[in-house]
Design a protein around this ligand. Structure first.
Ligand code: NI
Length: 178
């Protein structure tokens, strides 16, 4: 396994739509290795999720793992390591919530992002087994953030009030306690 380079905002691959993964591809060692490397990279960067386009692979593949001891996000809750293949998001509750988001592809910034507060995600795991997961609160935001990457969307695109875009330093100074 290897820690992969994370692409940063401005890289064109972050702005493209990732393609679906065929069932037959799941047995491809290269795909299994990519997923393993994404997990290792997420751990190395202390992130709570990585989508394949962030490491330059235009595939509908993402990994998420959160612990409530996350150094990056105090809102983080426990969510076990999960690999999402071909995830589809369905909004269950259009009512919005707002969380300050950051992204390994948008270094040193945080922004306040409104999103639907409850979603369902239908996906496959790496063995091709189908799963369906319902989430609300911060996990719902994390899921939507990661799966946005598969459509070429970054959290900065969804900030409505640009006065709520801050460096991490200024976020901590002025906004973290709000
Ligand atoms: Ni991100």
């Amino acid at each position: 396994m290897a820690v992969l380079e994370i692409l940063h905002i401005g890289h064109p691959l972050l702005r493209q739509t990732a393609r679906r993964i065929e069932q037959a591809e799941l047995s491809n060692p290269a795909l299994q290795r990519l997923a393993g490397d994404m997990i290792e990279t997420m751990h190395a960067e202390d992130g709570i999720g990585i989508a394949a386009p962030q490491v330059g692979a235009l595939l509908q593949l993402a990994v998420i793992e959160m612990g409530d001891d996350s150094e990056r996000y105090e809102e983080a809750e426990d969510f076990p390591l999960t690999v999402f293949v071909n995830p589809v998001v369905t909004v269950l509750d259009e009512a919005e919530q707002e969380f300050w988001e950051g992204c390994l592809s948008v270094p040193n910034l945080r922004g306040l992002v409104p999103r639907p507060r409850s979603v369902r995600v239908d996906f496959m795991d790496l063995e091709g087994k189908p799963w369906s997961l319902e989430a609300e609160g911060f996990l719902a935001t994390v899921l939507q953030h990661e799966l946005d990457h598969l459509q070429g969307v970054l959290f900065v695109d969804r900030i409505r009030d640009m006065t709520k875009l801050a460096t991490i330093e200024q976020y901590r100074r002025f906004w973290a306690d709000e």
